[in-house]
Each structure stands twice: as C-alpha cells, then as structure tokens.
Design a protein around this ligand. Sequence first.
Ligand code: ADP
Length: 526
Amino acid sequence: MFVKDTLQQSPLEILKKYYGYDHFRKNQEEIISSLLNNQDTLCIMPTGGGKSVCYQIPAILFQGITIVISPLISLMKDQVDTLTSNGIPAVFINSTLSQIEQDDIMNDLKQGVYKLVYISPERLESITFVKFLKQLPITFIAVDEAHCVSQWGHDFRPSYGKIGNLINQLSPRPVLAAFTATATKEVAEDIKLGLKLHEPQLYISGYERENLAFSVVKTGNKRNYLLDFIQRYKGESGIVYATTRKDVEELQLFLQKNGVQAVTYHGGMSETLRNKNQEKFIYDDEKIIIATNAFGMGIDKSNVRYVLHYQVPKSMEGYYQEAGRAGRDGENSECILLFTSKDVQTQKYLIEQSASVEERKVQEYQKLQSMVDYCHTTKCLQSYIVNYFGGKVNADCGKCSNCKSELEEIDVTVEAQKIFSCVVRMKERFGVTLIAQVLKGSQNKRIKDMRLNELTTYGIMKSKTEKEISELIQLFIAEGYLELTAGQFPTVKITEKAVSVLKNGLKVLQKVKPSKQEVPIQSELF
Ligand code: ADP
C-alpha cells in the first residue's frame, strides 16, 4: 500500500524520490501546482517535453484515484511498468486482460490498492464500466494525447468524444488535465469544448526543440541520399517515415540490397509482427525502422538520432509529432524531409480518394499547403514551425538547413511584379504550372486554345526555366504574397501583400538558394 507520508511531500521531493531527476523542466512545476489547486489545465508540450510527470506527480499527491485516459495499449503498459518499478501503484484496464483479471483489478481499485488507473477511451463506451468508475473515489482525470478529441486534429478518435460525458457524470467533478503534443489554436479550442473544461489554465511550453536540426532536402536521387545518410549514422537509431505501405516495403528491400538492415511497421502487417518489430527497435536490437504514420504515437525511445521523412507528410501537425520523436534525450538530432512535388500529388490523391466530407477535404488541402509552404520557405524552419502552431519566435534556430545554407538575400521585386501581374491578368483562375508556362512563353496548345499567349505578361520571364518560375511562385506562396485555393486543382490568388508590391512599390527581398545546392548532412555540422 502507498505510504501516507508521501502525500505530505512536495512535488520536487516526489520528482527526486520516484524519478531520480533533480529539476523540473519548463512548465512542469507550474502545471503540477495548477492541478494541485484543482484547476482544469490545458498543457501543450512538444513530444518528449515530459508530460507524464505533470499528471503522475499530482496523481501521487492526490488522496483518491487518478484516471489516465490513454489512446494506446502499448503506451499504457510501458507507463504502468515504469510506475510500478518506481514504487508507484498503478494498473491498466484494457482489452488485453481477461475478464477475470479485470474483475480482480476492479476489486483492488475498490480497496484502494492503486493510485493510478490507465484506461482506453473505448472503455468509456461501456455503461457498466462507467457505473463502476462512479463508485470509486476519483479525484483527477488526465487525458493524454487530448488532440484526439478534435475532428480537425490529425489523430481523431471517435471514442474521445465520450470523455466529456464521463467528466460530467463523475461527481464530485474531478480536476482534469488535457495534454497534447502538437495542437494548433483551433484544436486547443476543440479540446476545451470537447472535454468540457472549466476555464482551464493554459500552459504552452513553447514549440521549439532546441536539440533538433530540421532540413528540407530537394534531391534528384532520394534513394542514394537515404542510403548515404543512414550510413553516416551507422550504429545509431533512426526512423524513416514513408507514405504508403508499399513504399515502406520497397525501401526496406532497397536498403537490404545495399547491406543495411531495417525493420518495418505499417497497418498492413499482423499485430504480432508489428509489435515484434517495434520492440526490436525500442530495445536497440534493430537500429532502423521504416514505417508509415501508423508507427510512433506514445513511443518513448530516448535515443532516436534522426527522423527522416522520405515523402512529404499530409500536415505540419503530423510532421512535427513524427519528427519530434528524435532526440527525446535532449541530444542533438536531425529531422530531414525529402521533398519532391510528385509526393505532394500523392497526398492530394489520397485526400481525393478519402471518404472525408467536402468541408473536411478543404481543411486537409489547407493543411497540406502549409506543409508544402514549409518545404519552400527560405526562412528558419524551426521558426516556421513555431509560427504555425501559434507560438512566439524568439530567434532563428541557427541549425536548420535554411539557417545553415549560405543563402543570398537578393532583390526580386521585378520578378515578383511580373508574376503577380500575370496572376492578375489570368484572373486568378489558374494553377502554378500554367502561370509558369505563360510567363515562360510556352507553346503549349492549351495556352493557345485559351488565348493566354495574347496576354501582355506572356513570355516576360523567358530567360528562366519553367521550373525556376514555378519555384519562385511556390516561394511567394510560402511567404504569403500569393495564396492557393484549397482543392484538388488549386488556383493562385494574390494577397494584400502582393497588392502592395504592385501598387505601392513594396520591395521584395528574398533569400534564394544557389541552384543545385544540396543540403549538407547536419551531423557534420554539429
Ligand atoms: P511526452 O511529453 O512526450 O509524454 P514523457 O513524459 O514521456 O514525454 O517524457 C520524455 C522523457 O523525458 C522521459 O524519458 C522522461 O523520463 C524524461 N523527463 C521528464 N521530466 C524530466 C525532468 N524533469 N528531468 C529530466 N528528464 C525528464
């Protein structure tokens, strides 16, 4: 049974005694005291920021039982194992247990044997189970990965919708903390509403991960880049994300043929094999895992030195969550994204093929566009991420591929004016490719059929290649001079910023990469 004098100890004493850490990390202490003051609390921390401690310490200090709602069975088991080995009585109830085991645990819970009980949101769909919970002295509910509550989040889980009702039903009303790794403001709002939080205290630990170096790499030969990259990190752990199951399998074969061993993880594999591969990776028996986005939620592997995205993911939320699995131990680590525009088409295809309603698809296109903008911006990548999630940027990171590459700031006002006026002349009705073709003066039949060759802007950028013009357009989109409509065939529109360039002579200075430059592998730079 849990010793009574523990309840008199301070959070810091608990941290030292049960976790062996000497200091709290940013916001941990504030979050813990907010909860100890019975305040609903919403905490946004980057992956690896140390959320678990924030609810486990109040759970230890509260008189009653704490419910932790967690979306992943593997995560529950890990957390309960760690808590138990640290001497904190915790247990989980989920579908991996037999009815007899569950009954035993429920009895023990009534006897006050456990301080924390981890349950999956799906459990809340059972009326009997909720009735049972009502008999327990619950003082606190912690919802982990709370972004699953939001329809607009990237990991929506319908059963998360039941949590709000549970909170209403359990009386006296427990304090609730909602935690999420990457949440935009709108997702945070959804969490507040969905979980019926009462004037929650909001803690945002900043989105920066100082030990991560981000790079976007535009290379003609992704496979060679991957191979070269992995070989430089020989003996270190890394995750390679690919979009489809087929890509995962093919990459594994490719690496194998080149003498590099890797395990795979995707939704098409049997659960047994997936778990086996995951364990091998976690316990360092295998160094590399190639996976779809099915892999990773809740995985606490501290020594992942790199996360390489072989293709563009579908949203910044997903990307940062996945990339954030690198460097949880605080050591320098890399997050590389290999970009080709073809992969953007694949993501668009996936959106089109999905069963989502039209409104949702529009949202998905917008999220994808923000991801594409990340790939085209020449500004600090870490700052782009922080801005995207609504955080405050203090300074450029100094270690991402944009900060590191020798970009030259040049005056591109004339190019900008040419492009923006072409967009206007084309009545904002066309996409990037066609605009680039008109500016280039292409002989394309479609252009002639639509008499776009009669426009005054036809051929005014002949000296550049179509690709260079397209890249400039993409850059202006990323920098907010132009915007794309959401949809399968987005059209380019001008923004107020572009109007100022055209009408008020606003100068456009742009950092431009020397052409054909490949980004160096960052391990050489640290
Ligand atoms: P997440 O926010 O992703 O859930 P975790 O709670 O799993 O992160 O914490 C990530 C890692 O940081 C864990 O290994 C954890 O033990 C460690 N950690 C948490 N708090 C501290 C601290 N105050 N000092 C040092 N390490 C900590």
